[in-house]
Structure formats: structure tokens, C-alpha cells
Design a protein around this ligand. Structure first.
Ligand SMILES: Nc1nc2c(c(=O)[nH]1)N[C@H]1C(S)=C(S)[C@@H](COP(=O)(O)OP(=O)(O)OC[C@H]3O[C@@H](n4cnc5c(=O)[nH]c(N)nc54)[C@H](O)[C@@H]3O)O[C@H]1N2
Ligand SMILES: Nc1nc2c(c(=O)[nH]1)N[C@H]1C(S)=C(S)[C@@H](COP(=O)(O)OP(=O)(O)OC[C@H]3O[C@@H](n4cnc5c(=O)[nH]c(N)nc54)[C@H](O)[C@@H]3O)O[C@H]1N2
Ligand code: SF4
Ligand SMILES: [Mo]
Length: 876
């Protein structure tokens, strides 16, 4: 859709499930300006740090620009014919169950629709699963058990109309920043109370009234305790309970659980229960701390039980709110991306549903049973049951639990196809055939965000090389496998119409996902389609669900489930005493293939780390900036220690983002056990166990360079900077020749260099120049090297005559680690301004330095920097 006068294009951010609207302006030379869409109902013009930096990530370096077959460049016909032929032959010889697709909640709905149709209707098996299995599957299972349908009842407005918001296992401040800012704004206006339930203190706690640091995995016991307290307080909604089955059984089960397993004090529990029960308008938001658990579905139902028992569902400011992670996680659930669902909320186990879809597609076959879920799909690839696997828009060699085993399974599989936009990912490296996809801002389609709003993604840039949209690649293969008519789509609008028509059929079968009002949309109306919330049918238009007491089980009633707390699958023991929690950081997206290309996003946290409690660190002899080694039966890792009481003693936390490309020893999923929830099949990504020890490095190094650094040390982590690259290094043995080490590191066999080397003490500083410009420098020593890192990172490409001192000149103070990525403001600058200008609030910091005044993603951190500075003053 073009804005009048200006050639801005309205689209949707490709990152999180908030689904912010963006306005795109191409400069005609491959560049793109991105701003928030003031009219989009998800964000009304706001963007977070990742959304604001989108323009920095659309460059073509690293892009996969042409198909590759066995590592060599190929044309589309050759690559597609090979894929179609190998899949067809495998099916002929070994049956439809011998092939699989592993897809992604980042695919557009149209891509997903074609993939699902190809597998379930034409291959005739259901071995298509998605990374949403690692993300939303427990919420899907919980919703289906309680409501008879996988539906989020509420809308984003509820976050503004609630009087209490409870974040359970959600670091909303970093993972859904625009929603967190919407909550903080409402809080300012109406005093909304905010409670965070998370074993770890996170940025989301900075704005909260209460942080319940429960013991990992005990959420079900906590919400069982709440259900009992609701009952005891006489706070049940008896009228609403007439539309709910299973209350007594749920209460009996809850009463036999003990909320003391949460490790929270009686006073904390009582205060939380009182607040929840005493506040009419409550929204309970939950995310991966709930879903990624072997009791994830039960945690979800324990939460839903409390909302059903009080009738707090589907009315303004009320309801459980499973917040989706990926931009189209919700769309994927709607369109049947999971191995145990059909499209449009139709059930694969239901013979009538299967028959209806079969007839609608007029397809030769139809899957008649659920397929393999992600963890089992890769196990089957590893043991030869799956002989041809197509991985689309996801990087499982990094993000699946037991990632080393998954990497081996992909490597061992007879035939692996990967569709990606990035040439070198840990998964792409294992493919027999690589297919170049068009990226965000180069293609057309739709996505559904966390509150059921369907928005268009639109193209503003031409696709580079011969890249093609994912739906088109899938349709090409479908046609080449012999199903010409079924996959003869000319454009995404055609796919969308077919999907909308199928949803109408689902509507007649009594399902809620019905967008049949869009089934006759013209191509131009599809191109201009404004965001809308489903349902969109002749009888229903948007709105909330379930306040009317109408649910989607055959009897029309909801279900409360009897839930009993179960601990995580692996309990800490003598050998593996630590509980390993994992998750996200503010400025990186998953395996960093896009966000790591933005220097300002990379500057926020430039290195993988392990949060560990000060007592544990002391006991293990781990000092600040030391490296730590993790080891468990699945794998090993080396990360930087970050000693903090944000985690409980015995717990450690590591981010999920680093990969073979960015920090090979920090692929944390190598240590995550592949234990899954028995109902949802979702892996327990947040509760493995591990041993932790200090990593005894013989030397530590820091390197900066104008060109890409490719280290080989035992530990390394690299990030891009405005001036080139930076890297942290460490190894168990000293190099024999420091200068040779540095030359290999930078790929500079002949460049002139300055050196300060004391081989006996193990100290080396080496700088390479090209004329009078510094091109690379290495600083190494036997201890973690104390340097002005952020300053040094700016030096490549400049004269920097004193680079080897490692110190900035007096007139150029070191800004310190980046806090505000929009205005490039570092920690030291902020602390200095607080101290010298006597700043007293986040607003005053903004007025003085601009920090926090654009996207707001760093406001929680500014608040904690301010609090720390004030505490320091108070102590002085
Ligand atoms: N910056 C950024 N934002 C993102 C993403 C990203 O990669 N980067 N990814 C997107 C995606 S796909 C997703 S799914 C979402 C995820 O969004 P979130 O779920 O908010 O993010 P996580 O950091 O994975 O986990 C949330 C919290 O769960 C806590 N937790 C661990 N165990 C437990 C437990 O037993 N109980 C409770 N109550 N809490 C526990 C962790 O300490 C962590 O702080 O983020 C989306 N947004
Ligand atoms: N330990 C641990 N592991 C986790 C989690 C956790 O909390 N802890 N969280 C899990 C969750 S919730 C999620 S959602 C997953 C996410 O994990 P993944 O989906 O595996 O991670 P991404 O980095 O998002 O992978 C997306 C890939 O698609 C490529 N790509 C980008 N755009 C396009 C496109 O338009 N078309 C195609 N074909 N490819 C494209 C990118 O280059 C990249 O390789 O990780 C899971 N793994
Ligand atoms: S909150 Fe940030 S990452 Fe999520 S959709 Fe909005 S701009 Fe994108
Ligand atoms: Mo996710």
C-alpha cells in the first residue's frame, strides 16, 4: 500500500510476535529506511531497538544468491528438479512417511499453506513440523484441552485495560518491547500493577511491583495454589462455571499440590494470591518460561484454570494471554504448520475434518494420523527413517535441543534441502541442496500476530540474484512432483483466497478460525489489505472470544484440568549440580543471521555469557570476566562468566543466540537435553542440568579489525562494529609465535606490524597498518585483558598512532558498553551524566542524552543504572 505523496510502503516487522507495523522507504540503491507505522494497531508508530535497526540488516553481504547443489552453484531448474526427483523417488521406494519438512513460524501464511498442502494432501503424510514446536506447542495443547480450540481470547487493548498484569516466564521488556512499553504507559495512566514470575531477575522486573523468583519449573504448583486460594476466598464465578466442566477434579488435584515447592515464602504467596483475587481485571501473560517445559501444557492449563474459575476471560482487561514469539507463529498454528493439526483449526484426528480438507483440495491422498514432532523428526532423520528432509527458514543445528546430535542427524540424512537467505549458517553448511529465498522486504504475504491481527508484509526492495519467495519454491517442487494444477499459483493473493475459502468450510464444521469474508478478495484488494483481526466471516468480525461461555469442545463447554505439579525431567545431582536456564537478549534475534549485521545491535551484548550467582562463582573460583566451562551428557560449552545475583544459587542462565559462525563454543543448545512435554512434544529448553567450572585459559585476547576475523582459538566470539569487527579470544595453550598467531587471525601474512611482546609473561600487543591507517590489532595476556574495548573497536580505519596502549586519549573518553542503541549512548556516558548533572529519572536521562527517547527498549536498563547510581550515592 503506498502512502499518498510519499512512496512509503506499509509492512510488518519480521521479528517478534507483537507484529508491529512499519513504513518502508527504499532509496533505490538497496538501502531501506524503516519507521513505525503510526496507524498500525499493534504499535501505533513505536518500534523497539531491533525494529528500528531493520534498515541496517538488509545489505547483501552473506546472502545466498543462487541455488547450490553439493556445494557448487546451480540454476533453479537443476536444483528444483533434483529436489522433486529425490522426494518422489524416496516416497516411491520407502513410502510417504520417509520424507519430512521442518519449517518455521517466520514463514508467511501463504508459504506455510503451500508447504502444509504439499505434505499432508499430496505426499500424504504429516511429517511436517515447525520450530513453533520449540516455542508455542504447549500453549496450543493447553488451549485445545481447555477451549477445544487453539485460540487466544483477548486483544492487546486488554493490556491497557487491565488493573493487574502478571508476566509468567516472560521477559516482555526484552522480547516484546513495544508491548512492555504499552503496559508501562498504561501503568502511568491508571496505576496498573505488574507482577513478574521468573526464577531470574530480568529487565522486565525493573518496572514491576512484585517479582516472584520461584524455583524453576514450579509454575503449575503456584497456579494450583492460586486456584485453591480463589476457592477459599469465595471468588469463584459460579455462573460462568456452568459453562465449564471439570472444576471439582481440578480443585481436588490442586488441593493435593503444595505451593511450598515454589520456594517462595508464605508471605509472598499470600500477597500474590490476594492481589490476583482482589483485582477484577487481570491479564496473565505467559511465554517460554511456561511453554518450554516437560510440564508446559500443564502449566498452561493451571493458568487457564484460574481464569476459567473466575470467569476472567474474554472481557475487556481480562484473560490468559499466551504471547507468541515469532512474527507468524500464530499464522502457522492457524494454517496447520504443526504435525498434529490440519489447516484452519481443523483436527487431523477427526475423520470428518480430514475428509472435508481432502475433498476441498481434491488431492490424491490425505495424511490420516499426526506426523513426527520436531524432536522425533530429527531423531528419525538420524536413524534413517526420514531419508529426505527439507528445512525452511529455521536453523535447527543451533536451536534444537541436543544440537550436536541434531547436527549429526542432519549430516547423516540421505538428502537434505535447506531454503534460507543466508549462505553460511550452521544448518546450511550441512545441506545437499541450498535454495535462495527472498527475504523480508522483498516479498508479499500475510502474518498473524499475538492478538489475532492479520497484517500484510510487503515488498519494498527487489529480490537479489535469483532469490525467490518461499511459497514459489514450494509450489515449483509440488508441480515438478507431478501435481501441476494443485500448485499452479501465480501470486500469494491466489493462495490467500484458497486459504480463506477453506476457513469458511472450517466455519461450517463449527471451527472458530474463519476468514471467509476474504475469500473473494481481488488481487488489488489483497495488495491493499489493511490489518484486521480474525474471525472475519459473514457472522463474526474480530473481537474477543469466550466471554459468552461458548467453547469449542463438542458439548460447547470449557474444561478445567486436574493438574499435578511435576518437576523438570532432569534434577540437579552431584555430577551436574546446576540448573541451566536459557533465553534471549534484547538486541539479538535467535541465531543472529540478520540482527548480528547491525553494529549498534551487536554492541549491546557483544559476547555470549553465563549468569552465575556470586556464591557459586566464589565457591568455584570464578572471578569477574573469567571464562566458564559447562559440561553435561549432551555436550560442552565455554562462555564468559557474568556474576550476578539476578540468578538464584544453583541456577545459571545463558543466551541462545551464538552459533558456529559467531561463537562456536557457545552453542548452548548443545547442552540442552531433548526432554519433551508428553502432551505437546515441546522440549524443555529452560531446565537442563550441567556441571560448571572455571575454564583455565593460558591466554585471553581481544582483537579488532577492519575486515572479518576468523579465529580458531578454544574460545572465541566475534561481532561486527561500525569500523569492522571485534573478537574475544582465549585458549588453553600459549601460541609459540604471537606474531604468526596474529597474522593467521587477521589473514595478514605480509602487512607491516608494530609489536610489544613479552613472551615470558605471555603479554602481546600487535598492530597492523596499511599506510598510516590501523587495519587490525590484537591485545593478549595471561589474565582477562582489561581494555577500553568499545573505544578500541572504533580504531580500525583510523590513524590510531597510540593503539597499542589500549587506552583512549584524554580528550576521547570511553563511552562504555552500549545501552541505548538508537542514539549510541554507552554506560560510562550515562553514569557520568547521572553523577555530574544529578539526574534523577529516566526522563531526565533522556532529556540530557537522548538515551531511551526513541524506541524505549533500553528504558528498563536506564532505570536500573539510575537505581545503582542512587544506591551508590546513598551508601557514600
Ligand atoms: N530480543 C528478542 N526478542 C524476541 C526473540 C529474540 O530472539 N530476541 N525471539 C522471539 C521468540 S521466537 C520468542 S518465543 C519470544 C520468547 O520470549 P520470552 O519467553 O519472554 O523469552 P525467554 O528469554 O526465552 O524466556 C523468558 C523467561 O523465562 C524464564 N524462565 C525459565 N524457566 C522458568 C520457569 O520454570 N518458570 C517461569 N515462570 N519462568 C521461567 C527465563 O528466566 C526467562 O527470563 O521472544 C520473541 N522476541
Ligand atoms: N536453548 C534454547 N533453544 C531455543 C529456545 C530457547 O529459548 N532456548 N527457543 C526456541 C524458540 S522459541 C524458537 S522460535 C527457535 C528459533 O530458532 P530458529 O528458527 O532456528 O532460529 P532463526 O535464527 O530465527 O532461524 C531462521 C533462519 O531463517 C533464515 N531466513 C531469514 N529470512 C528468511 C526467509 O525469508 N526465507 C527463508 N527460507 N529463510 C529465511 C535465517 O537466515 C535463519 O537461518 O529456537 C528455539 N530454541
Ligand atoms: S516489538 Fe520490536 S521486534 Fe517486535 S515486532 Fe515490534 S519492532 Fe519488531
Ligand atoms: Mo519462539
Amino acid at each position: 500500500m503506498k502512502d499518498q505523496g510519499v512512496s512509503e510502503i506499509c509492512s510488518t516487522c519480521p521479528y517478534c510476535g507483537v507484529g508491529c507495523g512499519v513504513r518502508l522507504l527504499a532509496d533505490g540503491q538497496g538501502g531501506l529506511t524503516v519507521r513505525g507505522d503510526p496507524e498500525h494497531p499493534a504499535n501505533f508508530g513505536k518500534l523497539c531497538s531491533k525494529g528500528s535497526a531493520l534498515g541496517e540488516t538488509v545489505g547483501l553481504e552473506g546472502r545466498l544468491l543462487s541455488p547450490r547443489v553439493h556445494g557448487r552453484e546451480a540454476n533453479w531448474d537443476e536444483a528444483l528438479d533434483l529436489v522433486a526427483q529425490r522426494f518422489r523417488e524416496t516416497i516411491e521406494q520407502h513410502g510417504p512417511e520417509s520424507v519430512g519438512f521442518y519449517v518455521s513460524g517466520q514463514l508467511l501464511t501463504e508459504d506455510y499453506y503451500v508447504a502444509n498442502k504439499l505434505m499432508k494432501g499430496y505426499v500424504g503424510a504429516a511429517n511436517i513440523d515447525t520450530n513453533s514446536r520449540l516455542c508455542m506447542a504447549s500453549s496450543v495443547a493447553g488451549h485445545r484441552r481447555a477451549f477445544g480450540t487453539d485460540t487466544v481470547p483477548g486483544t492487546y487493548e486488554d493490556l491497557e485495560e487491565a488493573d493487574l498484569i502478571v508476566l509468567v516466564g516472560s521477559n516482555l521488556a526484552w522480547c516484546h518491547p513495544v508491548l512492555y512499553q504499552r503496559i508501562l504507559a498504561a501503568r502511568k495512566a491508571r496505576g496498573t500493577k505488574l507482577v513478574v514470575i521468573d526464577p531470574r531477575r530480568t529487565a522486565s522486573c525493573d518496572g514491576a511491583d512484585m517479582h516472584l523468583a520461584l524455583k524453576a519449573g514450579t509454575d503449575a504448583a503456584l497456579f494450583n495454589g492460586l486456584l485453591c486460594a480463589i476457592h477459599e476466598a469465595g471468588a469463584l464465578d459460579k455462573e460462568f462455571l456452568a459453562t465449564v466442566q471439570g472444576f471439582n477434579e481440578a480443585l481436588i488435584a490442586a488441593s493435593s499440590d503444595r505451593d511450598t515447592v515454589t520456594g517462595l515464602s508464605e508471605a509472598q504467596l499470600a500477597a500474590f494470591y490476594k492481589l490476583w483475587i482482589g483485582t477484577g481485571k487481570v491479564v496473565t501473560v505467559y511465554s517460554q518460561g511456561v511453554n518450554q517445559s516437560t510440564s508446559g501444557s500443564d502449566k498452561v492449563n493451571a493458568i487457564l484454570n484460574c481464569h476459567l474459575a473466575t470467569g476472567r476471560i474474554g472481557t475487556p482487561g481480562c484473560g490468559p494471554f499466551s504471547i507468541t514469539g515469532q512474527p507468524n507463529a500464530m499464522g502457522g498454528r492457524e494454517v496447520g504448520g504443526l504435525a498434529n493439526m490440519l489447516a484452519c483449526h481443523l483436527d487431523i484426528e477427526n475423520a470428518d475434518h480430514r475428509a472435508a480438507v481432502h475433498e476441498f483440495w481434491d488431492s490424491p491422498r490425505m495424511a490420516d494420523a499426526p506426523g513426527l514432532k520436531a524432536v522425533d523428526l530429527f531423531r528419525a532423520a538420524g536413524d534413517g527413517r526420514i531419508k529426505a528432509l527439507w528445512i525452511i527458514h529455521t536453523n535447527p543445528a543451533v536451536t534444537m535441543p541436543d544440537a550436536d546430535a541434531v547436527t549429526k542427524a542432519i549430516a547423516d540424512c540421505d538428502f537434505v534441502v535447506v531454503s534460507d537467505i543466508t549462505a553460511a549458517t550452521d544448518t546450511a553448511r550441512l545441506a545437499h541442496v541450498l535454495l535462495p529465498a527472498s527475504a523480508w522486504a522483498e516479498k508479499e504475504g500475510t502474518v498473524t500476530n499475538s492478538d489475532r491481527t492479520i497484517s500484510r508484509q510487503r515488498a519494498a526492495l527487489p529480490a537479489p540474484g535469483v532469490a525467490r519467495p518461499d511459497w514459489e519454491i514450494l509450489a515449483e517442487v509440488g508441480r515438478r512432483m507431478g501435481w501441476r494444477e494443485a500448485f499452479d499459483y501465480a501470486c500469494p493473493a491466489e493462495i490467500f483466497r484458497e486459504y480463506a475459502a477453506l476457513s469458511g468450510l472450517a466455519g461450517t464444521l463449527g471451527r472458530d478460525f474463519d476468514i471467509s469474508a476474504k475469500a473473494e478478495l481481488s488481487d488489488s484488494a489483497y495488495m491493499a489489505m489493511a490489518p484486521f483481526r480474525w474471525p472475519a466471516s459473514a457472522t463474526r468480525n474480530g473481537g474477543r472470544f469466550f466471554a459468552d461461555g461458548r467453547f469449542y469442545h463438542p458439548d460447547g463447554k470449557a474444561r478445567m484440568l486436574p493438574i499435578r505439579y511435576r518437576p523438570p525431567a532432569s534434577e540437579p545431582c552431584t555430577e551436574f549440580p546446576f540448573r541451566l536456564n536459557t533465553g534471549r537478549i534484547r538486541d539479538q534475534w535467535h541465531t543472529m543471521t540478520r540482527t548480528a549485521r547491525s553494529p549498534r545491535l551487536a554492541a549491546h551484548l557483544a559476547e555470549p555469557f553465563l549468569e552465575i550467582h556470586p556464591e557459586d562463582a566464589r565457591r568455584l573460583g570464578i572471578a569477574p570476566a573469567d571464562l566458564v566451562r559447562l559440561e553435561n551428557p549432551q555436550g560442552k560449552a565455554i562462555l564468559r562468566a557474568r556474576i550476578t545475583d539476578a540468578v538464584a544459587p544453583g541456577d545459571v542462565f545463558a543466551p541462545m543466540h551464538w552459533t558456529g559462525e559467531t561463537a562456536p563454543s557457545a552453542r548452548i543448545d548443545a547442552l540442552v537435553a531433548a526432554n519433551t512435554d508428553p502432551v505437546s512434544g515441546q522440549p524443555e529448553s529452560k531446565a537442563s542440568t550441567t556441571a560448571v567450572a572455571r575454564f583455565d585459559a593460558a591466554w585471553y585476547g581481544y582483537a579488532v579489525s577492519a575486515t572479518e576475523i576468523t579465529p580458531t582459538a578454544d574460545y572465541w566470539a566475534r561481532a561486527c562494529t561500525r569500523a569492522g569487527w571485534r573478537a574475544e579470544l582465549a585458549a588453553a595453550a600459549q601460541p609459540e609465535d604471537w606474531e604468526a598467531e596474529a597474522r593467521a587471525l587477521f589473514g595478514l601474512p605480509d602487512a607491516p606490524c608494530q609489536t610489544v611482546i613479552d613472551a615470558r609473561r605471555g603479554v602481546a600487543r600487535i598492530a597492523f597498518h596499511d599506510g598510516d591507517r590501523l587495519i587490525a590489532a590484537l591485545f593478549a595476556g595471561p589474565e582477562p585483558v582489561a581494555l577500553k574495548r568499545d573505544f578500541l573497536a572504533t580504531l580500525p580505519g583510523t590513524e590510531a598512532p597510540d593503539a597499542l596502549t589500549g587506552q583512549p586519549p584524554a580528550d576521547r573518553p570511553d563511552p562504555g558498553p552500549l545501552v541505548c542503541s538508537c542514539f549510541n549512548v554507552g554506560l560510562n556516558t550515562i553514569v557520568a551524566a547521572i553523577e555530574t548533572q544529578g539526574l534523577l529519572s529516566v526522563e531526565q536521562i533522556g532529556a540530557a542524552l537522548e538515551a531511551g527517547t526513541n524506541c524505549g527498549s533500553c528504558r528498563p536498563e536506564l532505570a536500573s543504572i539510575l537505581a545503582a547510581a542512587q544506591a551508590k550515592v546513598a551508601a557514600e
